[in-house]
Design a protein around this ligand. Structure first.
Ligand SMILES: *Cc1c(COP(=O)(O)O)cnc(C)c1O
Length: 463
């Protein structure tokens, strides 16, 4: 099929499905550095390169779809968080965003700590040599086996999420002849997402012990009585993809309020406070995330101010960014399979992956950008929707985007900012094989998570 043989659909359509209007970007070949990994550019032929390697070569060598991860960018972002918070604070990378043994080694080398929330994540971390004392174990329903493994391995902290768990961890530690360091996760009645936060009624969720009604204070009371655990602090995580710092401000105020009550009641000043993760990244050019040093400054100031007014020693702060470190460092590389213009509506562009490698659009109505990356094009922009190959009409990767009107089967397109919560949430729906993660750095590429095979699928199916 020739590149211009099909009608391109509504070329200047500017009404997007969700009712807002958007004009096509001035230059479809431009790559907004806000949404693309640091080393992304275009070579003389117009192909996008990352880590010095053209995506056309990556597609040839590793196939599509594939997650292409810029290791240099990952390390730079990890280091920026570490440097921003300095020696008096700890940065825990939230492993659930994306975890592999290579990533664990990079984190270890860059001086970050690691959050895990399952036996599988713990096993990955330990097998890659992350020192156990730099691992925090999370989760609202850790199994007795998981607790035992974590305590036996000597994880630095377990974040307790319920009254039952306070007792479970204490008893497990005692049985193993250990004293486990723990934090208590509380809910402060703040929920933050993107540009807003809501400061009422968000204790109605499965995570944490509510501050309201004195439950968190009661949890502290019980934890302080048990020999198997050492309560080192209070934990709060208020949401995800947050740009607005005011939710953290209210959360810090309330956590410090609890620390003050604990001091007044027990004469104990808990030495640590963890403010969780949730810091936002740019998925499209409309998003304006803050730099780690701005976030560190804001959070440190908030906690210091609150502690001064409560006459408490400022506790050691920790944070847990996942998305903000790995999210922008990877893009998903797809090959276009079909291009289907629907008159007066938009053009459906089908790729060789979909909701099995990126569930976020279907699950959260997430917004993404997309670009033609195997070449440049001067064709008119067309309003497109990038969809996958699954048997599900909600199988949408990018809901609304402009792509060049001459887009054709065989072209490579890429969706940036898919480093977080894409491979880690990937499924085998329709028995589609999960894509590999290919890390690139200084002109070299290597597979850090290989592509799934039909053999892998059939191995689990024991007949
Ligand atoms: C999910 C989660 C994080 C990481 O969230 P991001 O949005 O990826 O930064 C950190 N801490 C806890 C407790 C979490 O559940």
């Amino acid at each position: 099929m020739s590149r211009s043989a099909h009608p391109a659909g509504p070329r200047h359509a500017d009404v997007l499905t969700d009712g807002h209007y958007s004009a096509p970007p001035a230059d479809l070949n431009a790559l907004d550095p806000k949404v693309w990994a640091h080393t992304v550019g275009r070579d003389a032929d117009g192909a996008v390169t990352v880590g010095g390697i053209p995506v056309t070569r990556l597609a040839e060598e590793y196939g599509t779809p594939a997650y292409i991860l810029d290791e240099t960018d990952f390390r730079e972002r990890a280091r920026a968080w570490r440097t921003a918070f300095g020696a008096d604070a700890d940065v825990f990378y939230a492993g659930k965003a994306f975890l592999s043994r290579a990533v664990v080694r990079w984190l270890d080398e860059e001086g970050l700590n690691l959050d895990v929330c399952s036996g599988g994540e713990l096993a990955t971390a330990l097998s890659a040599g992350m020192p156990a004392e730099r691992i925090a174990f999370h989760g609202n329903n850790k199994s007795p086996e998981e607790i035992e493994r974590a305590v036996a391995a000597g994880v630095g902290r377990i974040v307790l999420d319920s009254f039952q768990e306070i007792v479970r961890v204490a008893h497990t530690a005692e049985a193993l002849g250990k004293r486990q360091r723990v934090q208590i996760r509380i809910t402060v009645g703040v929920e933050a997402h993107t540009h807003e936060f809501i400061a009422t009624a968000h204790e109605d969720q499965k995570f944490g012990i509510p501050l309201a009604g004195g439950q968190a204070a009661e949890a502290v009371r019980r934890a302080l009585r048990l020999d198997g655990i050492e309560l080192i602090g209070i934990h709060s995580h208020i949401g995800s993809q947050i740009f607005d710092m005011s939710g953290f401000e209210v959360a810090a105020h309330r956590v410090v309020g609890l620390l003050k009550d604990v001091r007044d009641e027990h004469g104990v000043e808990l030495p640590e406070i963890d403010l969780g993760g949730g810091l936002g990244i740019a998925y499209t050019s409309d998003d304006d995330p803050r730099e780690p040093h701005e976030i560190a400054k804001a959070l440190t100031e908030i906690v210091t101010r609150e502690c001064e007014s409560a006459r408490l020693r400022t506790p050691r702060i920790s944070v847990e960014p996942g998305r903000a470190i790995v999210g922008p460092t990877a893009f998903t590389l797809y090959e276009v399979g079909t291009v289907k213009p629907l008159d007066g509506l938009r053009t459906y562009v089908s790729v060789d992956g979909g909701m099995s490698d990126n569930i976020r659009t279907a699950l959260y109505d997430a917004e993404y950008s997309v670009a033609l990356v195997s070449r440049t094009s001067d064709a008119e922009p067309m309003l497109a929707r990038v969809v996958g190959k699954h048997c599900e009409s909600g199988d949408i990767v990018v809901k609304d985007a402009f792509l060049p009107g001459d887009l054709a089967p065989g072209d490579l397109i890429a969706v940036p900012a898919t480093g977080a919560y894409c491979r880690s949430m990937a499924s085998n729906y329709n028995h589609v094989l999960r894509p590999p993660v290919v890390a690139v750095r200084d002109g070299e590429a290597r597979v850090i998570v290989r592509r799934e095979t039909e053999e892998d699928l059939l191995r689990l199916d024991v007949g």
